[in-house]
Ligand binder design. Structure first.
Ligand code: ATP
Ligand code: MG
Length: 437
């Protein structure tokens, strides 16, 4: 074993992973709580215990599987045993297969395209691990489960019990994985799963792995917006119903950083602030009209002139169809003098929120019309923290957002309205050319 397990890991190992009655196992819980580490350790043990066995470790996207499971996990795990490489074990980099001397394999896979899935399903396994499984569909899980059919024996002639291992961070309680893995019911009918007694679940919190985490990590999780804190620190399945953008789902709307193709149209949107953060968002539209927020500047206590310099530096080599900004005439004039020409935003809040929500909904092709790069941390934070005021006399629920955590949200709204309501934009452009004449 590579690690000394913490108490929770020991419990999970003894009571669940190695229990032959438990074939379907979910580890759901907080960030960095030690789930994946334990599963990987167990899979390596199974590979060694059952000669010529196959174990699959899969994620939705092969690129993510390669970066996290292959590079960050398996390669790191075996780094101290380099002298045994090529002998006791060997890494096949192009196929993403780790082979052991006893003929066993650990195969890393992505479930993101038909060819790959077919190739994966062409094999039988004794262990399948679905990492970050909230990103997958129930159908994918079921399909992969049918491949748990390899027959392997250990040195004493015992047949390996096939195991499906799943880990994830919690989402809303209406997610299929909550039905299946936590409640052990069918997501459609809510009837108990036929194999409910073979299921087991362990719920984790980041506190469980406190001894192996940097001191400030738990404090960082504690400072997240409530929904995220409950999910990522405490491991609770919690919906973001109170959020203005309750449609927001990190499995759907967050994308990893990629290079924006040069022929996509780009935009910027600015919300002024000094005590509150000043925000600039950069967005790009693909040829199907999907908007990607690909960069953010988000900082308080900074003069507009300094922010302008930063925006220009970050924008080098790019051109924008327009840059939209909050109404403040003085601030806009200052930006203009510094070489950042803006048009005035459409300020109406509720219709702007509706426009953003419309883009968040998945279209017929199953994809949303608004995505945010994973490194736009402040914007993503606000997507959770931006809330409706509770209903009270004079207004109903969902009529007015709380004026907090709304800085990137305002900029986002300006950009979306600018794109989706070009009539309005044209008016503002005309007004602007008049104003600046
Ligand atoms: N028993 C252990 N001894 C030492 N380090 C450990 C141990 N268990 C986990 N870690 C370390 O703690 C960190 C988090 O563990 P891990 O990645 O397994 O958590 P996780 O629950 O899968 O988190 P996430 O939900 O973010 O994927 C990793 O850096 C891992 O190497
Ligand atoms: Mg993990």
């Amino acid at each position: 074993m590579r690690y000394n397990f913490n108490e929770k890991q020991l419990h999970a190992w003894n009571e669940v992973l190695t229990d032959p009655e438990k074939k379907y196992i979910l580890f759901d819980g907080g960030a960095r709580s030690g789930k994946t580490t334990l599963i990987v350790e167990y899979m390596i043990l199974r590979a060694l215990q059952y000669p010529a066995s196959r174990q699959l470790m899969a994620r939705k996207f092969r690129v993510h599987a390669k970066a996290s499971l292959w590079q960050d996990t398996l390669k790191k795990y075996f780094a101290p045993y380099r002298s045994l490489s090529g002998n006791v074990f060997s890494f096949n980099e192009s196929e993403l297969i780790l082979k052991f001397q006893n003929g066993s394999e650990i195969i890393i896979g992505g479930l993101d395209d038909a060819d790959r899935v077919e190739k994966i399903l062409g094999n039988e396994y004794i262990t399948v691990f679905l990492n970050e499984a909230t990103q997958l569909t129930y159908e994918t899980m079921q399909m992969v489960t049918t491949r748990l059919a390899q027959k392997c024996y250990d040195a004493s002639g015992n047949l390996a019990v096939p195991k499906l291992l799943i880990d994830c961070n919690p989402r809303g309680p209406r997610h299929w994985l909550h039905y299946v893995g936590v409640r052990h019911v069918d997501p459609e009918t809510e009837q108990p799963l036929k194999n409910a007694s073979s299921w087991a679940r362990i719920n984790w919190s980041a506190f469980d792995n406190r001894e192996n985490l940097p001191a400030d990590y738990l404090a960082m999780l504690d400072s997240l917006p409530t929904v995220l804190r409950d999910r990522m620190l405490n491991g609770i399945w919690r919906a973001n119903d109170g959020s203005v953008y309750s449609e927001f789902d990190e499995d759907v709307h967050i994308v990893q950083h990629f290079v924006i193709p040069p022929d996509w149209v780009r935009f910027r949107a600015i919300d002024f602030g000094f005590t509150n953060p000043f925000v600039c968002l950069w967005g790009a539209l693909d040829h199907d009209g999907r908007l990607y927020i690909y960069r953010e500047l988000y900082r308080a206590q900074m003069l507009t002139s300094i922010n302008a310099e930063r925006i220009k530096a970050l924008s080098q080599g790019e051109t924008y169809r327009w840059t939209v900004a909050d109404h403040d005439a003085e601030e806009r004039a200052e930006l203009e003098a510094l070489g950042i020409r803006t048009i005035a935003a459409k300020k109406e809040v509720i219709s702007g929120i509706a426009a953003v929500k419309k883009r968040l909904v998945k279209a017929a092709d199953g994809r949303p019309r608004l995505s945010i790069f994973a490194d736009c941390k402040h914007t993503l934070n606000e997507m959770y923290a931006y809330e409706w005021l509770p209903a009270k006399e004079g207004h109903n629920a969902h009529e007015e957002p709380r004026k907090e955590n709304d800085h990137a949200m305002d900029a986002l709204r300006y950009m979306v309205c600018g794109i989706d309501d070009s009539g309005n934009l044209l008016r503002n452009l005309l007004l602007d050319s008049y104003q600046y004449r």
